[in-house]
Design a protein around this ligand. Structure first.
Ligand code: PLP
Length: 342
């Protein structure tokens, strides 16, 4: 496994070549980002919580930003006179969806490696795009899809591996796009806390770098899966977890967090059941659909807000709108009579 960071950037990738060769990308770019920063339920008398609503992106998630950046960067680096560009990456789901749709729009072959536990909705959606799908045993979790992606690239060099877990275009998109949007939306104020879930760690690390410019004392909290927390020494497992996040297992740590962040964030483990229940609870309170990682972030942001005062604010990010079947499961858990333990 190669976990070395590569491809440093000092801004989001230039779009000129991509727009010349594939003008249809302009429409996606126009719809990308500038998502609302909304005020969400927060603990009374404590810090308020603001959340970036990433389901408003063109393919429905925060990963549209990173997929678009990686796509443009790969186009910039490819010599089309030498043959076609073919793109490959490993993903928990949302990146696969965004890449597959970009590929279909531009007639660029896309190969995605995803866990075999991916939702039916995702697989059906991917099938509409012509993307090649390689499922990997979900018991191997993130390490399984990463390793298989690297293996495919090694066996057939005609595929360009985007490597979202180590390609610095990922953090760059969040530092210079997501993070800059939040800074503008805070309108002269600053974030006291920043909370995100860690899949690749790109969102957490990139946005932290942007927000620290206005507040070097920024407190950073990462939502991690209770079933396999960040940095866990345990082997990867197939237990259900909130979406898009989790530890690598065997003591490996996401390189963006380990190498890019000056101080390790606080980690808040959130179980699948807590996240799914909160997904419903949030919908019940606000009428807004959020996914399980968003719900985990809401829980973590709440915990951080409780340690702060009413003049402070915690910013978080809701990566997608989630799946209705999980929200329904959340409703059942939410309404279940609570058993009192002594
Ligand atoms: C639903 C969801 N939440 C959170 C994340 C984590 O984002 P990052 O990879 O930037 O850590 C992802 C990434 O795929 C995701 O799909």
């Amino acid at each position: 496994m190669n976990l070395d960071l590569f491809n440093p950037q000092d801004n989001v990738p230039n779009t000129e070549k991509a727009f010349t060769l594939f003008p249809q990308l302009k429409e996606i770019y126009a719809a990308l980002g500038n998502t609302p920063l909304i005020s969400v339920p927060s603990p009374e008398g404590k810090a308020s919580i603001l959340a970036k609503l990433e389901s408003e992106n063109p393919f429905g998630s925060v990963k549209d930003r990173v997929a678009f950046g990686l796509f443009c960067d790969a186009i910039n680096k490819h010599d089309f006179s030498q043959g076609e560009l073919k793109l490959l990456d490993a993903s928990g789901g949302n990146m696969a969806k965004a890449l597959a749709h970009l590929g279909r729009m531009c007639d660029i072959p896309v190969h995605v490696v995803i866990p075999d536990s991916a939702s039916e909705e995702l697989v059906e959606d991917l099938k509409t795009t012509n993307a090649i799908i390689t499922p990997v045993d979900h018991n191997l979790f993130l390490m399984g899809v990463l390793a298989r992606g690297q293996q495919i690239a090694h066996e057939d060099s005609s595929w360009t591996l985007l490597a979202q877990h180590i390609n610095l275009v990922n953090t760059t998109m969040h530092q210079y796009q997501t993070g800059e949007e939040i800074r503008r939306q805070l309108n002269g104020t600053y974030a006291d806390g920043w909370v995100a879930a860690v899949g690749t760690g790109g969102t957490l690390a990139g946005v932290s770098a942007a927000l620290r410019q206005d507040n070097p004392q920024l407190v950073v909290m990462a939502s991690t899966t209770k079933e396999l927390p960040y940095g866990s020494l345990a082997a990867p497992n197939g237990k259900k977890k909130f979406a898009g996040a989790g530890g690598f297992g065997w003591g490996f740590r996401q390189p963006f967090i380990q190498k890019f962040m000056p101080e390790e964030p606080q980690f808040n483990p959130v179980s699948y059941e807590e996240a799914i229940t909160a997904m419903y609870e949030f919908y019940h309170l606000t009428g807004i659909k959020i996914g399980s990682s968003s719900a985990a972030n809401w829980k973590s942001a709440w915990k951080l807000a409780e340690t702060m005062t009413s003049d402070q604010q915690v910013v978080t990010l809701f990566a997608d709108a989630g799946v209705d079947a999980e929200r329904e499961q959340g409703r059942e858990w939410f309404n279940q009579p609570k058993t009192l333990t002594a």
